[in-house]
Design a protein around this ligand. Structure first.
Ligand SMILES: [Zn+2]
Ligand SMILES: [Zn+2]
Length: 133
C-alpha cells in the first residue's frame, strides 16, 4: 500500500510503497478511510516530538477492521473504528484502576525487534508507527 513516510525531520513526507504484516496476538489491522493531521503530527515532523524516523504519522484515524490477531475478541472484520493515540495494555495496575493514560506496560504494545515489523519499506526496513497505532 502507499503511505506518507516521514524519513527526515523538517522535510516533506515521502509517498512510497510499504508492506503491512498480518496482525498477531491482540493486534487489529484497520483500513484507514481518513485521518486527521494534528499538531502532534506536525511536532514530530518539526522534530519537536522526537519519535524516530522513518515513521508513519496520522494517529487520528477512522477506518474499517480488515483482520484481527488470534487473541482479539472485541473486534471483527468490517467493524467501523477510530484510532486513539493513548494506547494501553488493559491489565497493568494503572489500566485496571481506570487510568489507562498512565499505563506502565506500553512497551508491550510494540512488536519486539526480533519479530517481523508491522510496517516495512520496500527494502524490508522497519518503519515506525505513531503511538504504535
Ligand atoms: Zn492528535
Ligand atoms: Zn496498562
Amino acid at each position: 500500500m502507499k503511505a506518507a513516510v516521514l524519513r527526515a525531520y523538517n522535510e516533506p513526507l515521502s509517498i512510497e510503497e510499504v508492506s503491512v504484516s498480518k496482525p498477531k496476538g491482540r493486534e487489529v489491522l484497520v483500513r484507514t478511510a481518513a485521518s486527521g493531521v494534528c499538531h502532534s503530527d506536525l511536532h514530530v515532523i518539526d522534530g519537536l516530538l522526537p519519535m524516530g524516523v522513518p515513521t508513519i504519522l496520522g494517529h487520528e484515524l477512522a477506518g474499517i477492521v480488515e483482520q484481527v490477531g488470534p487473541d482479539v475478541t472485541e473486534y471483527k472484520s468490517s467493524d467501523h473504528v477510530i484510532g486513539c493515540p493513548s494506547a494501553f495494555c488493559s491489565h497493568c495496575e494503572f489500566c485496571m484502576g481506570g487510568r489507562g493514560y498512565l499505563c506502565s506496560e506500553q512497551a508491550e504494545l510494540a512488536r519486539r525487534k526480533d519479530e517481523e515489523p508491522r510496517l516495512a519499506a520496500e527494502d524490508s526496513a522497519y518503519i515506525r508507527q505513531f503511538s504504535n497505532l
